[in-house]
Design a protein around this ligand. Structure first.
Ligand code: NAP
Length: 350
């Protein structure tokens, strides 16, 4: 099978380099182009990443000597994965879609557009139906799909089995988010070392609104938002990777504790699609009283799972628990790759 060629926009950033690392030896895809800002263009990928490559593995051989190009249409690839800074993502992604490229984006810019899917394959792959409406509305040959905010993804994966089995009315969530969530160089070290910052720009709004679209029902290429109330409080904490989220949930029908754990264990909704990056267990429940932890549990299922623990009754809502997830893998790069795999499996990359 000919591999599908992939261009990476924002290839030099935290998310872009994670895409490159995860894409090494991918069975369906190969990186054919890397693009970034004019600060990087013309350099080889290795030159541009001097003192910035953050993985323990070396830069993959096939990418090391590629020259970085401008992030504009004309790249030689079948699909682009965008890890662009949100200050520039909107116009650049639209220009690619207009010129016929499928775009799988990590950026926030188009997530809430009515005709653009906001996807988590395990939850709402039927929202791909928006693509045809998008093309028609905008007169584009290509299209844009998006993945959710890095905290939203993990919260939604944890909630989905509960919604399916018992229904959910209200969620209160407090996040403790890693520094790498702000990109590179991100939060100044003087601001974050030995500190907790109780504010992340726009983050609480994303956690409160994106899930309503993700859990929304699709009919005739329109999404009817889900009827759930979410209240979010977001904090930046002094860890490098991984977002921890403490949730309290009010159910439509209050289940037993064992029923909840059982619903997590049984959750494996897209196995039959055979997507190479899909984890066998999208949610993993840890029964130890002191897990999950950033230091120990971020690499479960290669960073593609949401790891849950500390399930107990809540005296205000029904139950509370914590969710831990890798912000750069399932929270960004791995999500954009999985969405691209979904496009391939559903015939959108022919
Ligand atoms: P980052 O480390 O700051 O990287 C930003 C990338 O955008 C770099 O490759 C940069 O290229 C490129 N860029 C900036 N200005 C540009 C321009 N004018 N033209 C073309 N390229 C330009 O940020 P990140 O953390 O990787 O995040 C990338 C995107 O993913 C953002 O939209 C972010 O909100 C989203 N996201 C991030 C995370 C996370 O955990 N970090 C999670 C979910 C979603 P140069 O190196 O040449 O400047």
């Amino acid at each position: 099978m000919r591999k599908i060629s992939v261009g990476i926009l924002g290839a030099t950033g935290m998310v872009g380099q994670t895409i490159i690392r995860l894409m090494e030896d991918h069975p369906w895809f190969e990186v054919s182009e890397v693009a970034a800002s004019e600060r990087s263009t013309g350099k080889t990928y290795e030159e541009a990443m001097k003192n910035r490559w953050s993985a323990s593995e070396e830069i993959p051989e096939g990418v090391r000597d590629m020259r970085l190009k401008d992030a504009k249409p004309g790249l030689d690839c079948d699909i682009v994965l965008s890890a662009l800074d949100s200050s520039v993502a909107s116009e650049i992604e639209k220009s690619f879609a207009k010129e016929g490229y499928p775009v799988s984006s990590n950026a926030k810019n188009h997530r809430m557009d009515e005709d653009i899917p906001l996807l988590i394959p395990e939850i709402n792959h039927d929202h791909l139906e928006l693509i045809e409406r998008q093309r028609k509305n905008r007169g584009w040959k290509g299209f844009i799909i998006t993945d959710p905010n890095c905290s939203t993804i993990h919260m939604c994966l944890a909630l989905k089995p509960l919604i399916d089995s018992f229904g959910i009315e209200k969620v209160s969530v407090t996040t403790m988010q890693a520094v790498s969530g702000a990109g590179y160089p991100g939060v100044p070290s003087m601001d974050i070392i030995d500190n907790i910052m109780p504010f992340i720009n726009d983050e609480e709004e994303k956690l409160e609104t994106e899930p309503l679209k993700i859990f929304g029902s699709e009919k005739n290429a329109h999404i009817q938002n889900a009827d759930i109330r979410i209240s979010a409080q977001c904090n930046r904490v002094s860890v490098r990777y991984g977002h921890m989220e403490a949730l309290s949930v009010k159910f439509s029908r209050k289940p037993d504790r064992e029923e909840i754990i059982d619903s997590f264990k049984k959750f494996s909704p897209i196995k039959k699609l055979g997507l190479p990056s899909a984890p066998d267990r999208p949610v993993v429940y840890r029964k130890e009283e002191n897990r999950p932890q950033n230091k120990l549990d971020l690499d479960i299922e290669g960073g593609m799972a949401s790891v849950i623990g500390r399930l107990r009754e809540c005296s205000i809502l029904d139950y509370k628990f914590v969710v831990l997830g890798h912000n750069l893998v399932r929270g960004a790069a791995g999500a954009a790759i999985l969405n691209a795999e979904l496009l391939k499996a559903k015939g959108y990359l022919e």
